[in-house]
Design a protein around this ligand. Structure first.
Ligand code: TXA
Ligand code: MG
Length: 314
């Protein structure tokens, strides 16, 4: 079936959730809110449905997808959990943490989901709408962020529409995403753990739970291409750590650095994270030729904010 051409935004009520579940069972892609960003979801076991995700996003097929599960028991059908993985899932699920784990040999997922890797990225989201769709559809849902590959991630239904234009899928609208940055990605290895993408769950929280710091990420090959240098990028030049903008720049402020817009007047990093992508969408749509962003403290979730900003500016 064709995922495109019938795109519309509908309020995520019970009827919309049933419609989304049926569309997913039929192999369509549907944009669904999570607590991090909106995801472009499809049945992870259906190769044609997964191909629809790659085509809709314009995503290179060497970049594997995250699979969303309703709970830990469901996750164990797809991946092998050792002691570290079980601890992480018990502490942070449901929530904004993705675990990269050894794939179960008989896992019911299409090959393209893992791009042929021996591992799989799993996340149990906390958002009630994504949870309801997972339960009603009884599917495992592959879902990257619901934006064209390389563009700004969506934290509102309108961002999804703006990113896809005429090729917009069905979008369930539940307002703004509370965390506003993509999940933290942790790879669990035999001898420790690695941080593949900083996010709402901080490195300090994980180190404290597991009682050990992360292993360095040494792989030459790109394992999490969300980590490609240019990503999350507006269509305009972006300049970082700017307290005094140049003429013609749209200035995104933080705290006392007021700006045309401000991520958090109180200097609250969680609020800044939740607003970041919306602020970038607004800046991109403004009549200014370029974007300047105030310095953001590099601690706690500020690490993830600065990670996204460096890639937006690259
Ligand atoms: O918060 C999120 O994680 C959102 C929401 C929708 O859940 N999803 C998301 O997906 O950010 P996406 O596709 O934009 O980012 C997935 C990242 C990519 O960088 C991909 O390379 C990495 O996860 N990834 C997926 N499978 C992997 C694996 N087996 N090993 C290493 N990295 C993997
Ligand atoms: Mg993405």
């Amino acid at each position: 079936s064709n995922p495109l051409g019938h795109g519309r935004i509908i309020k995520a009520d019970a009827a919309a959730i049933s419609e989304a579940a049926a569309a997913l069972q039929a192999g369509d892609v549907v944009a669904i809110p999570t607590e991090t960003v909106y995801g472009l979801a499809a049945d992870a076991s259906n190769a044609a449905a997964v191909a629809n995700i790659y085509r809709t996003k314009g995503r290179p097929d060497f970049n594997p997808l995250i699979v969303h599960v309703p709970d830990h028991a469901a996750a164990e059908r797809l991946a092998q959990f050792d002691e570290r993985a079980a601890l992480l899932a018990f502490r942070f699920w449901p929530g904004p943490l993705t675990l990269v784990l050894p794939l179960q040999p008989d896992a019911p997922v299409a090959k393209a989901v893992t791009a042929g890797l021996p591992t799989i990225a799993l996340r149990c989201p906390a958002h009630p709408v994504m949870q309801a769709v997972l339960k009603q559809s009884r599917l495992f849902l592959a879902a990257p962020s619901a934006n064209r590959s390389g563009g700004i991630s969506p934290t509102r239904a309108e961002h999804v529409a703006r990113s896809f234009g005429d090729a917009m899928p069905l979008v369930l609208d539940a307002g703004s995403c509370s965390a506003g940055l993509e999940s933290t990605i942790v790879a669990v290895r035999e001898n420790g753990w690695q941080l593949l993408r900083p996010g709402p769950v901080t490195m300090a929280e994980i180190s404290e739970l597991l009682g050990e710091p992360p292993l360095p990420v040494t792989e030459a090959k790109i394992e999490a291409p969300g980590q490609l240098a240019s990503h999350y990028a507006p269509s305009k030049p972006v300049r970082l750590n700017v307290t005094k903008p140049a003429p013609g720049e749209w200035h995104i402020g933080f705290g006392d650095t007021t700006g045309d817009d401000n991520l958090s007047a109180e200097g609250d990093l969680a609020e800044a994270a939740a607003r970041l992508f919306d602020a970038l969408h607004i800046a991109d749509a403004s009549d200014r030729a370029s974007i300047a962003i105030a310095p953001i403290p590099d601690d706690g979730i500020g690490v993830a904010i600065n990670d996204r900003l460096r890639r937006a500016a690259a």
